[in-house]
Design a binder for this molecule. Structure first.
Ligand code: NAX
Length: 326
């Protein structure tokens, strides 16, 4: 039996947690040969529900699940972790300004960054799901300076998958036919899903869907506002699809990317494509199974450049707001 990989997960008793833990424990990320330890982290009011989640994990008798720790002590939760999935954050409530939300979560992610730096394993990698995920990731990264910046990720995979599903439906093909889908910028309504560089059945998407009005007036806003549409329909925000996206993000980071393809994730920018260096922004990424790189040489039209710049401007504004707390 291999040594277990230890995964710390915050917000483990929440809706995404409930869809996420059981799939990780059954091998969905690291495969059928790799045991896992789960360190489940909640705030005090979530501990009772978390105890119930742990009972259910026990009751699944998963062959790959080696050990489960439940805690509301961050230091204990992040101790020895090889991966941290930061799912928990404080949602926006009625009457709360975006700045208030940034401030509340900023403080949480400052603390989590420090705790991860002090307690996690040397090979720790961190995926932030809790919103605003790019800026929360940046905040934690800035407060964990001993951890290299290429180990920090913010989730835009759900947006990528949403975009692929929309293109597949429009083109009348299976979603497997859609590749090279980049989400650029912030995981917010300013994100830019890049139709022009996507491929459908191996062909450039604009050769398959020749309807630019649909792209600009339907496709882009549908992807940008899909989260709100799910809330309107379900009365709750995306959970199973978000958990799936978190699993896919980690899996694709630890698996060599198919030749010619790429995927989207928020990373600490090296300035590629004119994005502000040091900002956690979503880019086209390839992995060799161990390290990742930004895919270079993608052509951006003026429309794309304008949209990407606007989304990155929003990220810089969020960072400026949070920096006041450091
Ligand atoms: P829930 O409210 O169901 O669960 C969140 C859980 O986090 C709660 O159990 C809460 O007690 C816990 N929590 C809060 N602060 C914590 C802290 N400091 N430490 C540990 N646990 C803490 O939300 P859920 O639907 O699971 O969503 C979680 C987060 O994912 C939200 O911020 C949400 O906005 C974000 N999302 C991000 C997405 C993305 O694509 N990046 C998409 C889905 C989702 O909207």
């Amino acid at each position: 039996m291999k040594d277990p990989i230890k995964i710390a997960i915050t917000g483990a008793a929440g809706q995404i947690g409930y869809s996420l833990l059981f799939r990780i424990a059954s091998g969905a990320i690291f495969g059928p040969e790799q045991p896992v330890d789960l360190n489940l982290i909640e705030i005090e009011p979530g501990m009772k529900a978390l105890a119930g989640v742990k009972m259910e994990l026990d009751d699944c008798a998963f062959p790959l699940l080696n050990k489960v720790v439940t805690t509301c002590n961050m230091d204990e939760g992040f101790y020895g972790a090889n991966w941290a999935l930061l799912v928990g954050s404080v949602p926006r409530k009625a009457g709360m300004e975006r700045g208030d939300l940034l401030g509340i979560n900023g403080k949480i992610f400052i603390g989590q960054g420090k705790s991860i730096a002090a307690n996690a394993a040397d090979d720790i990698r961190v995926l932030v799901v809790g919103n605003p995920c790019n800026t929360n990731c940046w905040t934690a990264m800035k407060n964990a300076s001993k951890i290299p910046s290429n180990r920090w990720f913010a989730m835009t995979r759900l947006d990528e998958n949403r975009a692929k599903a929309q293109l597949a439906e429009k083109a009348g093909v299976h979603v497997n036919e859609v590749s090279n889908m980049t989400i650029w910028g912030n995981h917010s309504s300013t994100q830019y899903p890049d139709f022009f560089n996507a491929k459908i059945g191996g062909k450039p998407a604009p050769e398959v869907i020749k309807d630019e009005a649909w792209v600009k007036d339907t496709f882009i806003p549908t992807v940008q506002k899909r989260g709100a549409a799910v809330i309107a329909a379900r009365g709750l925000s995306s959970a199973a699809s978000a958990a799936n996206a978190a699993i896919e993000t980690v899996r694709t980071l630890v698996t060599p990317t198919k030749a010619g393809d790429w995927f989207s994730v928020g990373v600490c920018s090296d300035g590629s494509y004119g994005t502000p260096a040091g900002t956690v922004t979503s880019l086209p990424i390839r992995s060799n199974g161990k390290d990742w790189e930004v895919v270079q040489g993608i052509e951006l039209n003026e429309f794309a450049k304008e949209k990407i710049a606007a989304s990155n401007k929003e990220l810089l504004e969020e960072q400026a707001e949070i920096s006041k707390l450091f």
